[in-house]
Design a protein around this ligand. Sequence first.
Ligand code: GAP
Length: 458
Amino acid sequence: MSSQDKTMDKLVSLCKRRGFVFPSSEIYGGLANSYSYGPYGVELKNNVKQLWWKKFVHDRSDMVGIDGPILLHPRVWDASGHTSGFNDALVDCKNCKKRFRADHLVEEATGEDLEGEMEKMKQAIQENDIKCPECGSSDWSDVKNFNLMFQTEMNGIDEPVYLRPETAGAIFIEFKNILDSMRVKLPFGIAQIGKAFRNEIVAGNFIFRLREFEQMEIEYFIHPETDWEPLFDKWLDLQEEFIMELGADKKDLQRYEHPPEKLSHYSRKTVDIEYNYPFGFKELFGLAHRGDFDLSQHSQYSREKLEYYDQEKQERVVPHVLEPTFGVDRTLMVALLAAYTEEELENETRIVMKFPPRIAPNKIAIFPLMKNKPQLVEKAREVFDELKTKYVCEYDEVGSIGKRYRRQDEIGTPYCVTVDFDTVDKDNTVTVRNRDTMEQERIKIENLESYFAEKLEF
Ligand code: GAP
């Protein structure tokens, strides 16, 4: 099934029906494209984050992790340039009062990417007589810069503080503490997973563009004289490898290198890894060479030296940094899209979420064939109690076996185990059903542990 056939409507509906993702504040009429991860969504999300942490922190000797706060000193955002420059171009429709990103309006109408070029955007809206997508009017306000940071107040601080617009800031300001407390040597990286907040002018496309989201970011510090291009390419490969481990197909990925005129003045190279969502190729992850911009800026604003002592060369250097960044919510959206499968059976369409088992919310579901037969229920509960010590399992006795299989297919559970009369009356075997092939085999209860150890070995 091509990614283009997987409409957002079908995915959004499955996510709500099966407890992956719910529109948040729904009983109050909703709140501006915000979402809650439901019981299966949070399992999926935790599995994805754990896998990322394992791949990029635990499995490597050149990485350490941190968990910094959301509220940081306001100077952090002056130093990083967010206070003055973290803006998008906003334009209001005076007729219907809807707000739009001016660069997105122009791009949709003309195909031209004018992000950051205010004057050209104003001109393009006029010259192409771009109409409001909501009401058709062309009564536009002026195009204005809009800062995306959320402001709040903090007791004892007499200026606004901000909810961090990216996790990276919290990493840079711990550079010195990491050097002082850990035995790190260049090249090394600091990783963090956490919330970020952006007051996006327009949020949308389900969990693609949110105002409150999560990031998994790495600042990978290198010696300024390092031959950085092979490392840069290696990071891009690792980013793609990660999303493919979650089920994405290589053909749905492409790299977009920012042209020189779009690069920040400090960046030597920036590449977006894009995914082929149902609404087209758009950014999934990013990788930027940021030079020594961040450490130098924080050094200047904080008056703390943020340098690395190179023992071999006996010199102090300000390292350069490569920044691989991953959006958690976009990663989940890709994992959900990649897993979504419709199969035509004889009389029906089977919807099955073919998650790689390591990220599936449930690993095994256990059923008694009938819920009104105490001997089946008791045995099924015993099997459940045993298996749940090793795997995330679910016990279900409601409805026909066929319906229970379909439900677990939609949740993406790799295996279902059914206890029936042969189990209790004959040979202590159960039926194990494979989600993807729908094949069933009889396995002795005492062999289930070794059976799943082999099947669910990650
Ligand atoms: N520190 C670099 C940085 O924040 P970015 O491209 O602005 O770079 C990094 O964001 C990643 O965060 C993106 O590749 C995307 O996956 C995710 N992201 C950014 N804005 C988002 C939003 N409004 N909603 C969901 N995810 C977002």
